[in-house]
Design a protein around this ligand. Structure first.
Ligand code: ADP
Ligand code: MG
Length: 458
């Protein structure tokens, strides 16, 4: 079709598109398109500034553009994109390698920065040891970094305390920054909540929204903290929607499966399920030793392999504790300037080792492990309080005591400050929930493994 007709048709289509897309998406993706004349009949040629736009538009917006033409009764018009090499426009997501003839002033770079700081430079992919316990989460994280907003959105990573969730999502942030793929924000859910409350009090909600709705990669750590926080959930719901609609990447971590976050609005749960859910478990022995080796290298610690093996064998529940033990051993070794004997190690790490042993199959060991897993206090296991975030872990602990120990119902009840009927009820209700909730089954399994208990077939 000829130029004038093409321009007229395209401006009608634009009217339609601007009414269905957000202003940001419209100006970013549609506003840059120009219609030009073409000598083929019933054919509309649209030009874009570079190949990146072409790929992106063809992949994501072609159906919508067809619909827009259809709205003006032009569903039979063929559409093709062409790159208009004359145009100079800042590419939206990726910075193509600068061409040699370009001067530095002319080259425009995508804004790349770290909103709010908070990334620990040591939490990188290079420093993250991959093993069977985290292969899947690691692969998902890499896929997201390769194609933010496209691979899995949102990415939801859950797992107990000290298993590497924070490390992994910070590594994602660092990788995206390094590749210059846009703005990154890492924030704990608690800090997000506090910032929001402060914005409410100081009437700065508009600025708060502007900040969080203009981010290419939003990493929110410990999202379980949203439990019961109604107004923050409301705000986060809108943040999520805006980012999602604009194909921005969202990554969330949680210390428990989605289904176990109490008082989380259904619509948030649904959205968190849209992308990919992946779990991290405690590292097995080989991975633990590999992590210790990596740390030794990274921190240039003087410690013999035997010491690493000893620590790897004894600290089995939590990678943070594994590192703590390593540092303790290394600082002692550097003081005495001699290789550590096994006796010396046993003595140095006696508290940690004792705690690990207490995680064994006793009622208290189970209570301790479950409390640690859910990041609540051991005292919550016996307290009379019953908010959902502690009542549920308590039921899980009762369930495991009944499954894994030989103790009687009254003895278990007693240890929780309750009667045998409560234990029976907890056992039944967790058992029933496991039948329908794969996340919970997985949690129970991984708790059993950490307790060293036999894995019950279900
Ligand atoms: P979480 O957020 O799950 O509680 P963190 O990410 O804070 O756990 O991890 C605890 C510590 O263990 C951190 O210092 C982290 O660097 C380290 N760590 C965890 N997993 C790995 C791993 N796979 N490789 C190397 N270090 C790890
Ligand atoms: Mg963490």
């Amino acid at each position: 079709m000829e130029t004038n007709q093409a321009k007229k048709i395209w401006s009608q289509a634009c009217e339609f598109l601007s009414s269905v897309l957000t202003a940001d998406v419209y100006s970013r993706w549609i506003g840059v398109i120009e219609a030009i004349g073409d000598d083929r009949e019933d054919h509309l040629t649209l030009t874009v500034p570079n190949g990146f736009y072409q790929d992106w538009l063809e992949e994501h917006y072609l159906p919508m553009i067809r619909k827009a033409l259809g709205a003006s009764g032009l569903e039979n018009v063929a559409i093709s994109f062409a790159v208009d090499g004359e145009r100079e426009i800042e590419p939206p997501e990726e910075t193509p390698p600068p061409r040699a003839k370009e001067t530095t002033e002319k080259r425009k770079v995508v804004k790349t920065y770290n909103v709010g700081g908070g990334l620990n430079p040591r939490h990188t992919f290079e420093n993250f040891v991959v093993g069977p316990s985290n292969t899947f989460a690691h692969a998902a994280a890499l896929a997201v970094v390769e194609a933010p907003g496209r691979a899995y959105n949102p990415l939801f990573i859950h797992g107990g305390n000290g298993l590497g969730k924070t490390h992994l999502i910070q590594a994602m942030g660092q990788a995206v920054l390094k590749r210059g793929k846009g703005t990154v924000c890492y924030i704990s859910c608690e800090a997000f909540t506090n910032e929001f409350i402060q914005a409410l009090q100081q009437r700065e909600v508009v600025a708060f929204r502007r900040k969080y709705r203009n981010i290419d990669l939003l990493l929110i750590d410990d999202i379980h903290f949203l439990a019961g926080k109604e107004s923050t959930q409301e705000e986060f719901f809108h943040t999520f929607n805006t980012l999602y609609e604009n194909q921005k990447q969202i990554v969330l971590t949680s210390d428990r499966p989605l289904s176990e976050i109490a008082n989380l609005q259904k619509r948030l749960v649904t959205r968190f399920e849209w992308g990919l859910i992946t779990e991290m478990e405690m590292a097995d022995y080989e991975t633990r030793v590999a992590i210790l080796r990596r740390k030794r290298e990274q921190l240039r610690l003087q410690l013999a392999d035997e010491a690493l093996v000893f620590i790897g064998q004894h600290v089995k529940s939590n990678i943070r504790k594994l590192e703590g033990a390593l540092l303790r051993a290394a600082s002692y070794a550097s003081l005495i300037k001699k290789p550590l004997t096994t006796e010396a190690l046993e003595y140095l790490l006696r508290d940690t080792i004792e705690q690990e042993n207490q995680n064994a199959l006793t009622i208290e060991g189970i209570q301790r492990m479950v409390a640690e897993y859910y990041d609540i206090r051991l005292g919550d296991m016996t307290s009379k309080q019953r908010p959902q975030n502690i009542a549920f872990p308590r039921q899980v602990a009762m369930y495991l005591c009944r499954e894994l120990t030989e103790q009687s119902l009254p003895a278990i009840g007693n240890a929780f400050g309750r009667n045998h009927a409560t234990v029976l009820h907890a056992h039944r209700s967790v058992g029933a929930k496991m039948k329908t909730d794969a996340g919970l089954r997985q949690t129970i399994l991984s708790l059993q493994q950490r307790l060293g208990g036999a894995v019950a077939p279900s």
